[in-house]
Ligand binder design. Structure first.
Ligand SMILES: Cc1cc2nc3c(=O)[nH]c(=O)nc-3n(C[C@H](O)[C@H](O)[C@H](O)COP(=O)(O)O)c2cc1C
Length: 144
């Protein structure tokens, strides 16, 4: 059984719906899930998981400040400690592109996490198809 950590931020609930779907997929495949809002997530959470999934809305063509805050708080503790740990990302945007996911991916790369799967993107509220993709992502993290 793998331990999957999901770290996300959401104000109006769109990214949160995706996070819960990722969690559902992971649980249905037999994983243990630690679902954390970004402001509450700690370096220990990432040190103690087998795989991590980050979720962010697109705010000002960038990842949410709360998600950036996680990296700001934990970078020096985690640097060199999570190399090649499987990672994936998802998020919701309001019609803009993938800029928030691009910046988030850069942060993951700075920690040398291993981007294991394609990111999942929603336009505002995730459709049922996008939620299925999120479940599939969660299920795949078990095997990553
Ligand atoms: C402060 C703020 C800034 C935003 N900036 C952008 C943006 O630059 N590009 C974009 O496509 N959507 C932008 N949006 C729209 C959100 O990305 C979109 O509504 C998203 O679904 C919100 O996700 P959430 O419900 O998880 O918070 C912005 C929303 C807020 C609140």
């Amino acid at each position: 059984m793998s331990k999957v950590l999901i770290i996300y931020h959401s104000q109006s609930g769109n990214t949160e719906k995706m996070a819960k779907a990722v969690s559902e997929g992971a649980v249905s495949s037999g994983d243990t899930v630690n679902l954390k809002k970004a402001f509450d997530a700690t370096a220990d959470d990432l040190l103690n998981c087998d795989a991590v999934v980050f979720g962010t809305p697109n705010y000002f063509s960038y990842e949410a400040g709360a998600v950036k805050d996680f990296f700001d708080r934990t970078f020096f503790t985690l640097r060199g400690q999570v190399t090649d740990k499987p990672c994936a990302i998802f998020g919701s945007a309001g019609g803009g592109g993938k800029q928030a996911l691009d910046s988030l991916e850069k942060m993951c790369n700075r920690l040398s996490l291993k981007m294991a799967f394609e990111s999942v993107v929603a336009q505002r509220e995730p459709s049922s198809e996008v939620l299925e993709e999120c479940k599939g992502l969660g299920a795949k993290m078990v095997l990553s």
